[in-house]
Design a protein around this ligand. Structure first.
Ligand SMILES: [Zn+2]
Ligand SMILES: [Zn+2]
Length: 199
């Protein structure tokens, strides 16, 4: 069996941390709090464990598995298709094989993660944020149907954070992902403005 490298171990722990916390975003301190003691035991020959960890995280950033977008030391796990519990298992394998930008829409729409949805709905309600759009319908449970959308995609380093979330109807959500590039960019700018005015 191939020996697990330190980098692999750090990666494994990052995924574990995100899964346990239910968010893809974390700061160095979260990682230290959770695993520093454990890693000191696992790698007794390493003196400067904090530096070691930081260095491995840096490598994961270079490989675009983690991104660092806001200048406040917040890491986002980007190149993992999604945390296992965010997705309906029957969709998981199909989604895993797609390139990141193609995965994004599917992850958002099949994602069953309640956290994003709850956050977005509390902030924005149940109406499509596209101006004047009334395109929704009631679901079985009487709540309006709406999809959660990351304005900057997770695969481009967008964060799983309220400033990057929005709610759209199914039509406008597809538009945001699949329209022609220029159209999409204009749409994204408008959406960003709209979201900022509501936060
Ligand atoms: Zn989306
Ligand atoms: Zn709409």
């Amino acid at each position: 069996m191939k020996k697990q490298t330190q980098r692999d171990r750090i990666f494994e722990l990052v995924v574990q941390l995100c899964e346990q916390r239910g968010v893809r975003t974390f700061v160095l301190k979260d990682f230290y709090d959770a695993y520093l003691t454990r890693l000191e035991k696992e790698w007794p020959n390493n003196r400067h464990m904090k530096d070691k960890i930081r260095q491995q995280l840096q490598e994961l950033r270079q490989d675009k598995i983690l991104t660092f977008v806001d200048g406040h030391g917040r890491y986002t796990l980007s190149d993992v298709p999604n945390l296992m519990d965010e997705i309906e298992p029957e969709h998981f394998n199909a989604i895993k094989k797609l390139p990141p930008d193609k995965r994004e829409y599917l992850i958002e729409t099949y994602a069953r993660d309640v956290k994003w949805k709850k956050m977005a709905h509390e902030r924005f309600g149940f109406h499509c944020l596209c101006r004047n759009c009334r395109n929704t319908f009631l679901r079985e449970d009487n709540t309006p149907y709406i999809e959660v959308h990351h304005i900057i995609p997770l695969c481009d380093g967008g964060e799983d954070h309220i400033e990057n979330l929005s709610v759209l109807c199914a039509h406008h959500h597809r538009f945001a992902h699949y329209a022609q590039y220029d159209e999409r960019e204009i749409f994204r700018e408008q959406l960003l403005k709209r979201v900022r005015s509501l936060l």
